[in-house]
Design a protein around this ligand. Structure first.
Ligand code: ACO
Length: 428
């Protein structure tokens, strides 16, 4: 293949270099297009064909169902690593040595206290507030309590802001849930691991010692790893584009949380469980809901199905399906929702509508079943996703700032009124 792309516009022809990634993905580099063509731009709503950056963090091949963080397959990481190791890998590029991991964890623990005044903000939210809105606000508010700006050229500065947010974010996550449940806002313990501390902070009752259930701990570790990064998805692109204005890390992360909240993105895990529950309450007739999903006059979509990038099985869904079965089995829970999920998935995988459109179960199809078995309220599911995605957002923000990427500012084609004269109010 030649390493240039040719473009013909009317009489004029232009050449643009091709960029090839380490996995042989090819892009046309159109950086010079607008200048060379005197104002012509590309248009691509939803960025289905547009690369926004060159990144060395996550590789995914949607056709083949491959997902790798920094070169390691998601299957191997989910089986052999823990969440903190994966966080380190994503953010700093390599798996940590035991000394690096120990230091990382110890620095995170030293930073896992939140200014007590943040509790006043938590208290000011109504109990009915959705936890994603609360989490986004609290994350943004962290900037006010930790105002020092980060010198992105200083590795030490970068490292300090990473351990700060890795320490404080789980506290905020736990507080959003406990506020809704009327439980005291608590802290973790220096003696526990990162994921164990998350569990303690979320589930500890004021009148009893919290005992870690290893089945739940392992499942949570796996879920967080599977959600940790997914290259340039909606929330990550939001974090990168907000950060490209040089706003700080915490403010950038808070925009990502808002983007993740939507039901077409991270909010799908809540929507899936609500859908499965509605089907159960309606008598469990999966065929009725399959028909609704295929009916173009019905806005209903089969939540947890389809993906912008995966046109094959989402590799994370395969791992989660197995984990969901194991967790329910190990905990001795017989959840009818799992049977409905399996039924829907089997029907969809042999239905021409879904097969032709390459719609497969995505990561969110089974994750809610595990969260439910863990005793996590449905409204917190997307918050759990945010907790897992945190290292990915941090890694992508850090990469964008370290690479000195320009401010994100897309162009548009204007298609509105041409110049017209103002008509005074009394003449309209
Ligand atoms: N149920 C029924 N039909 C669907 C579904 C679905 N879940 N998903 C896509 N389709 C259909 C569309 O109606 C469209 O059909 P058409 O070609 O006849 O018009 C075709 O499949 C392509 O769909 P698009 O919406 O164009 O695909 P896109 O890549 O823009 O959207 C998305 C991907 C948003 C994930 C979509 O599949 C969806 O809404 N899924 C349900 C929500 C969901 O599970 N989101 C979580 C995604 S994973 C994540 O963010 C972590």
């Amino acid at each position: 293949m030649s390493d240039i792309a040719k473009l013909q516009i009317g009489e004029n022809s232009y050449e643009f270099p091709l960029i090839k990634g380490t996995e042989n993905e090819v892009a046309i580099d159109v950086k010079t297009l607008r200048n060379a063509t005197n104002g012509v731009i590309t248009i691509d709503p939803g960025y289905k064909n547009t690369g926004s950056c060159v990144s060395g963090i996550t590789f995914l091949d949607g056709e083949k169902g491959i997902l790798r963080y920094r070169g390691y397959s998601i299957e191997e990481l989910a089986e052999k690593a823990d969440f903190l190791e994966v966080a380190y890998l994503l953010i700093f590029g390599n798996l940590p040595t035991s000394e690096q991991l120990e230091k990382f964890h110890s620095d995170i623990k030293s930073n896992s206290v939140v200014d007590d005044d943040v509790k006043k903000i938590v208290d000011a939210f109504p109990k009915t507030a959705h936890p994603m809105g609360v989490l986004s606000s609290l994350t943004s508010a962290l900037t006010a309590f930790n105002p020092s700006s980060v010198d992105v050229d200083s590795e030490e500065d970068m490292y300090n802001s990473v351990v700060k947010i890795m320490g404080k974010f789980p506290v905020l996550v736990a507080w959003t849930m406990r506020k809704k449940q009327g439980l005291p806002l608590n802290y973790g313990s220096k003696n526990l691991g990162y994921v164990e501390n998350i569990m303690k902070m979320m589930f500890e009752q004021p009148n009893e010692d919290y005992v870690i259930n290893p089945i739940i701990k392992n499942a949570l570790d796996k879920l967080l790893i599977l959600h940790a990064d997914h290259e340039q998805n909606c929330s990550t692109s939001t974090v990168r584009i907000a950060g490209s204005s040089h706003v700080g890390l915490f403010a950038s992360l808070s925009t990502g949380i808002s983007a993740l909240w939507g039901p077409l993105h991270g909010g799908a895990n809540q929507a899936v469980l609500e859908m499965l529950e509605a089907i159960r309450q309606d008598g469990g007739d999966t065929k009725k809901y399959m028909a609704k999903a295929k009916d173009k006059s019905d806005p209903f979509r089969l939540m947890g199905f389809g993906h912008r990038v995966y046109k094959n099985f989402d590799p994370r869904a395969k791992i989660i399906k197995k984990a969901a079965e194991e967790v329910l089995n190990d905990l001795g829970i017989n959840d009818p929702i799992l049977e409905i999920a399996k039924g829907l998935s089997e029907e969809a995988l042999s239905d021409p509508y879904f097969v032709d459109r390459k719609l497969y179960p995505n990561v969110d199809f089974y994750s809610g079943i595990i969260y439910r078995a863990m005793g996590i309220p449905v409204e917190m599911f997307t918050v759990m996703f945010a907790l897992g995605r945190l290292p990915g957002w941090i890694a992508q923000w850090k990469e964008m700032r370290t690479n000195k990427e320009p401010i994100g500012r897309p162009r548009q084609i204007y298609n509105g009124e041409n110049l017209r004269s103002f008509i005074p109010l009394d003449k309209r």
